[in-house]
Design a protein around this ligand. Structure first.
Ligand SMILES: CC(C)(COP(=O)(O)OP(=O)(O)OC[C@H]1O[C@@H](n2cnc3c(N)ncnc32)[C@H](O)[C@@H]1OP(=O)(O)O)[C@@H](O)C(=O)NCCC(=O)NCCS
Length: 179
């Protein structure tokens, strides 16, 4: 039984999900994450949240992933939830771009079966701390589609504030001194 299914059963009986108390682990993404990242990228809600909504083909995705992994200005992280190494499950991803400059751009996603359990908020908190631990980092910025209610709530709750918007995106940012 997958961890997400165990969580639903525990939540049903206890009113509190197992996921609320399981630790999260960050690791760097590798090419072995290709199929899970492609699955997440082509999830309808992820496509909806993305600025290019077309489904991505496997070959195109592979090329994109190789480039992302080779980019020295980018930190690409996979988030795992669970205790033991064998019992952990990949539940989301974070990308930090522009990591050698003062403004780091963040984007993240939670796997469909793990959404709405507070993981997005916890992952964002951890990833923001990672970003500010990098030399010279002063701001962390995200571009969110205006109708992405879950994402906007998540960033706001984590202390990000709106710094601009246009027809395509709401820009939210947190500054080093606010942490
Ligand atoms: C946005 C996303 C990361 C949130 O992950 P999550 O684990 O579901 O987030 P949380 O459970 O921590 O919820 C964050 C907030 O959004 C709310 N929320 C979650 N899903 C929601 C939905 N579908 N509609 C409205 N609100 C929602 C939660 O209630 C919570 O608000 P609260 O703190 O006021 O209670 C996830 O929905 C996702 O991966 N979406 C697709 C990719 C994406 O949008 N990425 C962000 C762009 S950078």
């Amino acid at each position: 039984m997958a961890l997400s299914e165990v969580n639903s059963a525990v939540r049903f009986f206890l009113g509190r999900g197992l996921l609320d108390c399981l630790p999260l682990h960050l690791r760097t993404a590798t090419i072995d994450d290709e199929s899970r990242l492609l699955k997440w990228r082509n999830d309808p809600q992820d496509r909806e949240a993305s600025f290019s909504t077309e489904p991505v083909e496997a070959a195109e995705h592979r090329e994109w992933l190789w480039q992302a992994l080779a980019d020295p200005g980018q930190l690409f992280l996979i988030i795992e939830v669970g205790h033991s190494e064998g019992g952990r499950d990949a539940c989301g991803m974070v990308r930090l771009r522009g990591i050698t400059g003062p403004t780091i751009e963040i984007s993240l996603g939670v796997a469909r079966e793990y959404r709405r359990h507070g993981l997005g908020g916890r992952i964002l908190h951890m990833a923001t701390l990672v970003a500010f631990s990098l030399d010279g980092a002063q701001h962390v910025l995200a571009a969110v589609k205006p109708d992405n209610e879950a994402s906007l709530k998540m960033f706001k709750r984590a202390g990000y504030r709106e710094v601009g918007r246009n027809g395509q995106a709401v820009y939210v940012r947190i500054d080093r001194e606010a942490k």
